[in-house]
Every structure is written in C-alpha cells, then in structure tokens.
Design a protein around this ligand. Structure first.
Ligand code: ZN
Length: 130
C-alpha cells in the first residue's frame, strides 16, 4: 500500500528545481492532469501516482494585482502579484518583475525568471516575454 507523501516530500523537488533554475509542476501519471500546488493525490482522478515534470516556464497573466503597501518594509513596493497560466495548462501565483506594474495586463505573455526574496530565498517569478 502506498503511503502518503509528507509536506517535505511534496514540495522538496519543486524547491530543488528552483535552486537549479528550473520550473517544474506535478503531472498525473494516470490521467495526465497538470496541477499546482502539489497534493498527495491528483485533484482530477485521486491517483497517488504523479511526478514532477519540467515546465516551459512560458505562460500568460491570468489575473493580477498591484501591492502598494507591502506586508514587510523589506519588500520594495509597488509590486505585482499575478496568477500565471502556464502553457501546460496549470496556474501558479508569482511576482511579475522586469516591467512597470502599470504595464502588467491580463493575457500578457510572460516567461519564468528566478529572483531572490527579501529574505534571500530563490523564488520563481515571471517577466514579460520578449
Ligand atoms: Zn489524475
């Protein structure tokens, strides 16, 4: 019988990929569903058989908001947090960097970029696609 993955087992491969400068997402080995964030079971078919697969890192802004008053003074505001729809059909929340916040718009093509958080952790973000 399969045992449930721990939180570290669920997210560890994602962060290890980010440290290598790669973006990955869970893909169900049974039904092919792409999902994010990682879950113990596939949200489409409830299979425990899924694996991380590389993402192109390309997508579009599904929706976005501009933060003018940051939760911590170490964050430089204003900045954009967006719901990014990746080309493989999955979505994640991330910062949009590399452009004026006023230029971010729905359906804007973006590509993954890796940035350092104010605390120094490497995070996936997105910048306008050239
Ligand atoms: Zn599935």
């Amino acid at each position: 019988m399969e045992t449930a993955r721990s939180d570290r087992e669920l997210t560890g491969p994602f962060w290890a990929a980010v440290d290598r400068g790669e973006l990955v997402r869970p893909v169900c080995d049974q039904c092919g569903h792409n999902f994010f964030s990682p879950h113990v079971v596939c949200p489409a078919c409830q299979s425990v058989d899924w694996s991380y697969q590389p993402s192109s890192g390309r997508g579009r802004v599904y929706s976005h908001t501009t933060i003018h008053r940051p939760p911590d003074p170490s964050f430089e505001a204003p900045y954009v947090v967006a719901d990014i729809e990746l080309d493989e059909g999955w979505r994640m929340f991330a910062w949009v960097v590399g452009c004026d916040p006023a230029d971010v718009h729905i359906d804007m093509p973006v590509t993954v970029a890796f940035v350092a958080s104010p605390g120094g952790e490497r995070l996936p973000a997105f910048r306008p696609a050239s």
